[in-house]
Design a protein around this ligand. Structure first.
Ligand code: FEO
Length: 393
C-alpha cells in the first residue's frame, strides 16, 4: 500500500526483497526503489521503479489516485533502477511530461526513444498548485545526470541515490527500524558506490548548505527515509567524504596452504595487542563489497597474497581492481604474502597499493613456505611500522 510520508505526499515504490547482487555489490538485505507521489492541483511522480516491479508501484499509486491523473514525472536519475519503469508509465499516461537534467537527455533517449522531456537545471521550479518542486543538480551522485528535488512547503528533500541504503524492509522510516543496521547499510552503500566521488559529494553538500534549504525529512530513492534526525546522515556523509577514520586496522588476505594466513594472524594479533580494533578478512569468505564497507572507517590495512603462477592470487587481484575504481583514500597500507620459489606477489601488491595513492609501508614481508622465527620478527616489525603511523595519522 502507499505510505503517507507528508501531507499529500506518498511513498509508492517497490521492495526488491530477494535482490542479492546489485551490479557486483552484494545486497544481503535486498533493496528498495523509492518513488514518491505528490498530490496537488497537479500530480507529480518522482522517479519510477525497476521495470519488473512496475506493477507494485502502479498498485500503490492506484490506492491514492488513478495513475492517469499524473501530470508530471520527475526523473531525478536515469539509471535503470529508477528509470526502467518510464516506457510503461508513458504508455499508460500518454499526456505525462517528464522533467530531467540536460545530462539525462541522451541517456533517456538512447534507453527509451523519444520521450516528452522538459530539461531543468538547478534553481528551476515547477508549481503543482500549493506545493513547488525545486530542482538541484548533483552531477555524479551517482551519474552525470543526477539531481535532487526539494519540496520547500514540506521541508522535504527527495535526494535520489544520495543518502540511500540497500535494505528491503516493510518499514519506511529510520525510527521504525534497527538504526545501526541502517547506518551500516548506508556506509556500505557509500563505500561501494560513492567513495571515488567524495569531492563531488562534498560540493553537493556545500551547495545544499548554501541554498539554506529547510529540511526535516530526506527521502532517498533506496532504503529507509530519514525523518528522526536527517542531520545524522548528512554528518555521516561529511565524515565519509573527508575520510574520517578511527583506530581500526584490517587484515585482508587469501591463502593457498595457510602460510599467508599464518602471517595474517600474526599481524592481526599485533594490531589487537596495540589496542586497535582488528579484523581478519579472507577474500574467498568475504565479498569485496563487504570488505569495502569495513575499510571505510579503517585507518589502515594489510593486504596479503600468496604467489600463484608468478603473480597475485585471483581474489586479491579482484579486490585491487575494485579498489582502483573506488579509490579509497587516506589509509596506510602494507603488503605481505608467502611463496615457494619465485615470490612476485608482495612487490606486485606493493606497487598496486602505491598506484592507489595510499601511504604504503615498504618493504612488505614475503615469506618462503612458512614463517620462520626470523620471518616472525620481520612481520612484527611491519605491524609496528603500520600501527605507529596509524597512531599518528
Ligand atoms: Fe539507484 Fe545510480 O541508481
Amino acid at each position: 500500500m502507499a505510505v503517507k510520508i507528508k501531507e499529500n505526499i506518498y511513498w509508492v515504490g517497490a521492495v526488491d526483497w530477494n535482490l542479492r547482487d546489485f551490479h557486483g555489490y552484494i545486497t544481503g538485505r535486498g533493496a528498495t526503489y523509492n518513488s514518491y507521489l505528490i498530490v496537488d492541483q497537479k500530480i507529480a511522480l518522482v522517479d519510477t521503479v525497476k521495470a519488473p516491479l512496475f506493477n507494485d508501484m502502479i498498485d500503490r499509486i492506484s490506492a491514492v489516485t488513478d495513475p492517469s491523473n499524473i501530470s508530471y514525472l520527475i526523473c531525478n536519475h536515469i539509471e535503470k533502477d529508477h528509470s526502467s519503469g518510464i516506457p510503461e508509465l508513458v504508455r499508460r499516461v500518454p499526456q505525462i511530461k517528464i522533467f530531467a537534467t540536460k545530462m539525462a537527455q541522451t541517456g533517456l533517449t538512447k534507453y527509451y526513444g523519444d520521450l516528452p522531456l522538459q530539461i531543468v537545471k538547478t534553481g528551476d521550479t515547477l508549481s503543482l498548485g500549493s506545493k513547488n518542486l525545486q530542482f538541484i543538480e548533483i552531477p555524479m551522485i551517482h551519474w552525470p545526470d543526477s539531481m535532487m528535488t526539494y519540496v520547500p512547503e514540506s521541508h522535504l528533500l527527495l535526494s535520489n541515490d544520495a543518502f540511500g541504503q540497500h535494505i528491503a524492509t516493510s518499514c519506511r522510516f529510520d525510527d521504525e527500524v534497527n538504526f545501526p543496521e541502517v547506518m551500516y547499510e548506508a556506509a556500505k552503500y557509500f563505500a561501494n558506490l560513492l567513495t571515488h566521488l567524495a569531492p563531488l559529494i562534498q560540493n553537493a553538500l556545500k551547495k545544499i548548505e548554501e541554498l539554506k534549504l529547510s529540511i526535516d525529512m530526506i527521502a532517498p530513492s533506496h532504503g529507509i527515509i530519514w525523518r528522526s534526525n536527517p542531520g545524522a546522515i548528512i554528518q555521516a556523509y561529511r565524515d565519509w567524504c573527508s575520510c574520517t577514520t578511527r583506530e581500526k586496522i584490517i587484515v585482508i588476505y587469501d591463502t593457498m596452504w595457510q602460510a599467508t594466513e599464518c602471517i595474517a594472524k600474526i599481524l592481526l594479533n599485533a594490531v589487537a595487542d596495540a589496542g586497535f580494533e582488528a579484523k581478519l578478512l579472507k577474500l574467498r569468505e568475504n565479498h569485496r563489497s563487504d570488505i569495502m564497507a569495513e575499510l571505510l572507517d579503517a585507518r589502515g590495512f594489510f593486504l596479503g597474497s600468496p604467489t600463484l603462477h608468478r603473480t597475485i592470487f585471483p581474489t586479491v587481484a579482484d579486490l585491487i581492481c575494485y579498489m582502483q575504481g573506488l579509490k579509497p583514500q587516506k589509509k596506510i597500507a602494507a603488503a605481505f604474502g608467502s611463496y615457494g620459489w619465485s615470490g612476485e606477489s608482495v612487490p606486485l601488491l606493493t606497487d598496486a597499493l602505491k598506484g592507489l595513492g595510499l601511504e604504503v609501508i615498504e618493504p612488505g614481508v614475503k615469506v618462503q613456505y612458512m614463517p620462520s622465527a626470523d620471518d616472525k620478527s620481520l612481520i612484527l616489525a611491519l605491524a609496528d611500522a603500520l600501527i605507529s603511523k596509524a597512531k599518528n595519522p
